[in-house]
Structure formats: C-alpha cells, structure tokens
Design a protein around this ligand. Structure first.
Ligand code: SF4
Length: 247
C-alpha cells in the first residue's frame, strides 16, 4: 500500500485527497485547476483499484470537479511519525456524502498520533454536528470578510475541544481584527491571492497583526503564508499549533 504524499503547502506535512471536487464555484479556485491537470491520473488509478464496472463516467466526474470519492487514495497509509495531514486540499467537505465523511473519520480515529486538517467555506453545513468529528481533526474555516469571520466564531463555539483555525486566504479586503476571539481560535492563517500578490495590501495585513486589538497575546498562533513575502518585505511570522517537520 503506498503512503500519502508530502505537501507543498507550507503549513502542513502531507496532503491526502480521498475526495476531490466541489460545487461552490469560487472564481479563484486553484483546486479546480490542479484537478484539470491530474484528472487522467486519478481516473486511471481509480479504475485500476476498483474496476471498470464501478467507475463508469469517473474521468468526466473528476475533470468536471464534481465531488468524487477515490478508493485508491482513501486506502493509502500514513507515516508512523506524528504529522499534520491536510485531507480537504482539493475539495470542500460541505459537499461530501455523509457515508464519505463517516469512512474518512473512522480511519482518522484509528491514527490518533496525527493531526488531520479540515478546511471549509461552508461551516454551517460542514460542522452541523450531524456527524461526530474526531478530536484529532483540526477544524478550519476559510473566512475572507468580516461577516464570514462573525459566522466562524459562532461555529467555533461548538468545537471547544478541537483545534480551531481560521484561514483568511486570500486577504483581499481590510479585516477587522476585533472580530477575532482568541478563546475560540487556536490559529489564524493569512495569505495572498495566488498569482496576484498585489491583490493583498500590506497595510491590511499589518493592521490585522499589529493593530490595537492584540488578539495573538492570548495564545492564538499566527501564520503568514509564503506568498505574502514580497508584499510584506519582512520576516514572515509562521507559528503553528500542530506538528510539522518543515516549519
Ligand atoms: S470552496 Fe474551495 S474547492 Fe470549492 S470552489 Fe471554492 S476554492 Fe475551490
């Protein structure tokens, strides 16, 4: 059985994509572009894994970026060393079938030494409580407007025993740091827009981090993605609450 791949994303060790595809249709979606490049590979491996009968139309489904469970990826093994594993890189779990979530969470429970990282733009659906999320899952919400951050804080109130993180990526407008409740957030990640670094303004990032409300002094960690390097022109702050070998 093959092992999952190391990730190029700087805030995790590994990527694991048992589900690919999403129905939200964000205009800046990099996952859709990635899938276009690798849909052939995924489809071929899935056919090899579970046979032609059970995979009719799979290439079209994957290439169209429709949510698809991939048995051959699900079956992969994890390293023995405690690691951080991002398992929603090419999807949004908001659109998963409940049986997919149950299978994935069952496997995650059997590997308590790892931190599994989950990120969604649909917190109300993904974290509705209908399916219990294992405690070794870090629950993340992408929020890029003040209103989305308010909603994220409400959701995080129901996940006090999990690691909770907010991803403000891409930061494409000024964000009010006063909305961050450090009692509810273990980590805030800030990033720029892929391929368009100037869409993020240095002032917005610095105000968010160094403004009057010093939320990070209460223990919340803060991570600036590498794609902010050019805009900020200073050493990036890169703190994480989970194990990582490359930070
Ligand atoms: S929610 Fe994520 S995966 Fe879905 S379209 Fe938007 S950026 Fe892509």
């Amino acid at each position: 059985m093959s092992i999952i791949n190391k990730s190029k994303i700087e805030w995790v060790d590994y990527g694991w994509n048992p589900v690919v595809g999403c129905l939200r249709g964000c205009p800046y979606c990099y996952a859709r572009k990635t899938i276009k490049r690798v849909s052939d590979i995924y489809a071929t491996k899935e056919v090899d894994c579970i046979g032609r009968e059970r995979t009719k139309g799979i290439w079209r489904r994957i290439d169209d970026f429709r949510p698809t469970f991939l048995e051959h990826v699900f079956d992969k093994s994890f390293s023995k060393k405690p690691s951080s594993i991002f398992f929603t890189v090419l999807t949004d779990p908001e659109y998963w079938k409940p049986e997919w979530s149950r299978r994935i969470f069952d496997k995650i429970r059997k590997h308590p030494q790892h931190t599994f990282i989950m990120l969604t733009k649909g917190p109300e659906q993904t974290y509705s409580g209908n399916i219990e999320i294992p405690y070794n899952v870090a629950v993340g919400i992408t929020a890029i407007t003040d209103e989305q951050i308010r909603r994220a804080m409400k959701t995080f109130m129901n996940y006090r025993d999990h690691v909770r993180f907010l991803s403000i990526e891409p930061m494409i407008e000024r964000i009010d740091p006063g909305l961050i409740n450090p009692k509810l957030v273990d980590l805030v990640i800030v990033g720029g827009l892929r391929g368009e670094p100037l869409a993020t303004n240095r002032e917005w990032v610095d105000e968010f981090r160094y403004g009057k409300w010093r939320w990070f002094e209460f223990g919340t960690k803060y991570f600036e993605k590498n794609n902010l390097q050019k805009i900020l022109g200073r050493k990036l702050i890169q703190e994480l609450p989970w194990p990582i070998s490359k930070a």
